[in-house]
Design a binder for this molecule. Structure first.
Ligand code: ADP
Ligand code: MG
Length: 231
């Protein structure tokens, strides 16, 4: 998809009145701007699900995409570590029972390997300063310690590096207790891509990449939500 098409996709969503993109749609867009995501396929029947599973390979993750399901794991809408066709079929049936929404589908996706740590990367629109970027280590650290950094977009490479280094949890990324060092350059690259994306597309109101998995080499975004402006 070219940059032009990306603008068209967003415009179509705006015109249709859909403000909150599903995880599947959000990650497709992220993938278009060069951010790595686990291979994913959207399916709406069990047969399609089983075919998709065969194409992707085990272990697999299946999640329900439905308007009334926002925090997916709270409602059982995330099935991790599916190891065979039988489990996949069962997971599809269980997921489809969760929501009564008329528009629902299942995202079949590759299960990403365990990261050094989970990261959170976000964007919110400040009424005064416009798009603001957020970075933090995922999980308990973000929630309990509010250990996050912010910058107004657009950011430079220098800003991105500062955002990463100034959080208290930085040692976790820097080879803490014999763990491998995380690929800081891959996070810098991701932050810059998000910065460019939100500057180029003013219709984006909010973005939430939660979590992003970070490795010794590379990152992959396993969950994302993009919210468009109301106008
Ligand atoms: P929620 O809507 O509850 O935030 P997520 O899509 O973030 O749901 O999934 C919950 C958790 O499951 C994630 O924080 C992550 O640890 C794990 N997870 C989700 N998708 C994958 C995946 N494709 N590979 C590996 N782990 C995943
Ligand atoms: Mg999540």
């Amino acid at each position: 998809m070219s940059k032009m098409n990306l603008a068209e996709v967003l415009k179509k969503k705006m015109d249709s009145g859909q403000r909150v993109l599903t995880e599947f749609e959000s990650k497709e867009l992220l993938n278009e701007i060069g951010i790595t995501i686990p291979q994913q396929k959207l399916v709406s029947s069990k047969q399609e699900a089983l075919d998709a599973v065969r194409g992707i390979g085990f272990p697999i993750v299946m999640k329900l995409m439905a308007e009334d399901v926002v925090h997916k794991s709270d409602t059982g809408a995330v099935k991790l570590n599916i190891k065979n066709q039988e489990e996949a079929g069962q997971a599809f049936d269980d997921l489809m029972k969760i929501s009564t929404a008329s528009k629902k589908a299942v995202s079949v996706q590759a299960m990403a390997k365990e990261p050094i740590t989970e990261l959170i990367i976000g964007m919110t629109t400040d009424p005064q300063f416009g798009p603001a970027l957020m970075f933090g280590i995922g999980g308990i650290l973000v929630e309990l310690l509010e250990d996050v950094s912010f910058r107004i977009a657009p950011i430079t490479e220098y800003d991105a590096k500062e955002m990463i280094q100034e959080i208290k949890g930085f040692p976790i990324l820097d080879g803490y207790r014999g763990k491998p060092k995380a690929d800081i350059n891959a996070i810098v690259d991701l932050l810059l891509k998000i910065s460019d994306f939100v500057i180029e597309h003013e219709e984006i109101f909010e973005m939430d990449l939660n979590p992003v998995f970070i490795y010794e080499s590379g990152v992959t975004c396993v969950d994302a939500r993009i919210i468009l402006k109301n106008e």
